[in-house]
Design a protein around this ligand. Structure first.
Ligand code: NAP
Length: 505
């Protein structure tokens, strides 16, 4: 069950949100009375009981907004119980002084916004002893292992327990708590109305993660990154799982660099089926796997891991997707210019082409490697010249200082820097006056789809490949590696397009 937390300063707005949620099918709503600025009129708030309610009134030291007296607060909590509200939230230090009455269930809670203490089991025992119907422990996750400890505590408890780790690292606990036996998990009304750090929205939980239907047979997948909150991969993969009616979920795992090995071991132990891997873990992951495909080894980075028991196999679907995009563009260009009636073999399309790669990070490495493998002449220009030189040395190309990127006239130009990415939409890594109509321009940035470079390239009459195409293809390859099924590419594309921010000029 999902419990949607709402906190508004006015009764009218609180009641309107409660009604809206009940209409949306919410099964439980937490009203945060500490958000109400004026005198609290409980009778008015609870007049129409459209769905079950939790009443909470949090002090500042527990992460709330309550500014009036403690006596007043306790009086409100007692009144809520007397009015027969479904649940009341009582902090550890007051739970003993507020007796059970009627049918109201007691949530005895503890919040720690700094850390996840080591003695979770002892804390749990103390809270459970306070005549708790539900124990709630919400702590800040500073490491992935905090989440693992929290879920173990929930699993071991005999009293219904909600164990939440706050912050982006804690998403796992918010989604998987129900599976481990929590009676419900807290969600936010919307991304603008998040009340605790790391809360997932009602809509995302209900439509994307669907924690209430996760069971022992559910196969878990995910993206491991740090940070991870911006990732579109959970949207795209969960939409595809839903489309195929698979009992699978794809979660965002925020894992700090020093915990990657611990995390991978947890994935093996838990039976996670596969991972997308992104910044900053692509290189470090490679050394932790039992097998790595040749291309990923050559690139020196993986963006996908398939896990089968103890076997972990690394792939680089960025590379495959980018090469597919460019192969298609070269074929289209060849046809348009009608150079020859003879069809050109795929492996000959790139041979001798002059390619300029902008940037020298993970994406640049995958693409420069693929281009060289196919016989293109590769130059790399990057802000940090040493990184450009290093990448050029590794793949067998030429390194350039950023200022020298116009020294060559490329047949293929690829932007592998974040320049032009939302919200920096008025920037381009390449001056429009230097674009030539015979150049294939490939911008790997996919948010927005039509970057300034893409627009300039279209205006100059170039052949254009956009990052959205690559993004969807790399995700589709991952989906096939994860499930063995043909990916629903159009659905995946539509899902990303719906989410990425509209460009504002
Ligand atoms: P990365 O490893 O962080 O590398 C970024 C590269 O861009 C570095 O060489 C960096 O230079 C350079 N750079 C950053 N800001 C710059 C600036 N203002 N001027 C000049 N150079 C700059 O990131 P990545 O994983 O390679 O990703 C790069 C971009 O590729 C992302 O922004 C993403 O949009 C795109 N991408 C797209 C897909 C897809 O599927 N479409 C997949 C992966 C990546 P320094 O070394 O000086 O920092």
């Amino acid at each position: 069950m999902l419990c949607v937390t709402i906190g508004r300063s006015r009764h009218k707005a609180m009641i309107a949100e409660y009604k809206f949620l009940a209409e949306q099918g919410a099964e439980l709503v937490e009203m945060r009375l500490d958000y109400i600025g004026r005198h609290i009129d409980l009778r008015r708030l609870l007049a129409d009981r459209l769905c079950p309610v939790v009443i909470t009134c949090r002090r500042r030291e527990d992460g709330g907004r309550w500014e009036k007296t403690e006596d007043e607060r306790r009086m409100i909590l007692r009144s809520a119980i007397a009015s027969g509200v479904d649940f009341v939230d009582l902090e550890e230090d007051i739970a003993g002084g507020i007796p059970r009455y009627g049918s109201t269930k007691r949530i005895v809670s503890l919040h720690n916004f700094e850390e996840t203490p080591q003695d979770l089991d002892e804390i749990h025992a103390r809270l459970a002893a306070l005549d708790a119907d539900v124990v709630k422990i919400a702590t800040m996750a500073n490491s992935f292992s905090d989440c693992v400890r929290m879920l173990r505590m929930v699993e071991a408890s005999t009293v219904p327990t909600i164990g939440l780790c706050m912050g982006d690292i804690g998403t796992l606990t918010r989604v998987m708590g129900l599976y481990y036996g929590s009676p419900f998990t807290y969600v936010a009304l919307s991304s603008e109305r998040k009340i605790a750090p790391g809360q997932v929205t009602f809509e995302a939980m209900r439509d994307i993660y669907r924690p209430d239907t996760i069971n022992a047979e559910t196969k878990i997948y995910g993206v491991v990154a740090d940070p991870v909150a911006h990732s579109l991969s959970p949207h795209i993969h969960n939409a595809a799982f839903k489309h195929h009616n698979l009992n699978c979920r794809y979660l965002p795992f925020r894992v700090p660099a020093d915990e990657l090995a611990f995390f991978l071991q947890w994935c093996r132990d838990f039976g996670v089926g596969g991972l997308s891997v992104t910044i900053p873990h692509k290189e470090a992951m490679l050394d932790l796997l039992t097998q790595v495909e040749a291309a990923a080894k050559g690139i020196g980075a993986v963006n996908t891991v398939a896990i089968d028991g103890l076997e972990t196999t690394g792939y680089n679907t960025d590379y495959r997707a980018a090469m597919d995009c460019l192969t298609e563009a070269l074929k289209t260009q060849g046809r348009a210019f009608g150079k020859s009636d003879e069809p050109v073999r795929d492996e000959d399309l790139f041979r001798g082409r002059i390619a300029l790669v902008l940037g020298a990070g993970g994406a640049a490495r995958a693409i420069a490697y693929g281009l060289r493998q196919r016989g293109a002449l590769v130059s790399v220009a990057s802000r940090t010249e040493e990184r450009a030189q290093q990448l050029a040395r590794d793949v067998g190309g030429r390194g350039l200082a950023w200022a020298h990127r116009y020294d060559i006239r490329p047949g293929i130009l690829i932007n592998c820097t974040p320049i032009g990415m939302h919200p920096d939409v008025n920037s381009t890594p390449y001056d429009k006056d230097r674009l030539h109509e015979q150049t294939i321009v490939f911008d790997t940035v996919y948010n927005p789809e039509n970057t300034l470079l893409v627009k300039d390239a279209h205006a100059a009459g170039c052949f254009v490949v956009n990052g959205l195409d690559m993004f969807v293809r790399q995700a589709a390859y991952q989906y096939k590696l994860f499930t063995g099924l043909e990916p629903p590419v159009q659905l995946m594309r539509d899902t990303v397009k719906r989410i990425i921010s509209p460009v504002r000029f």
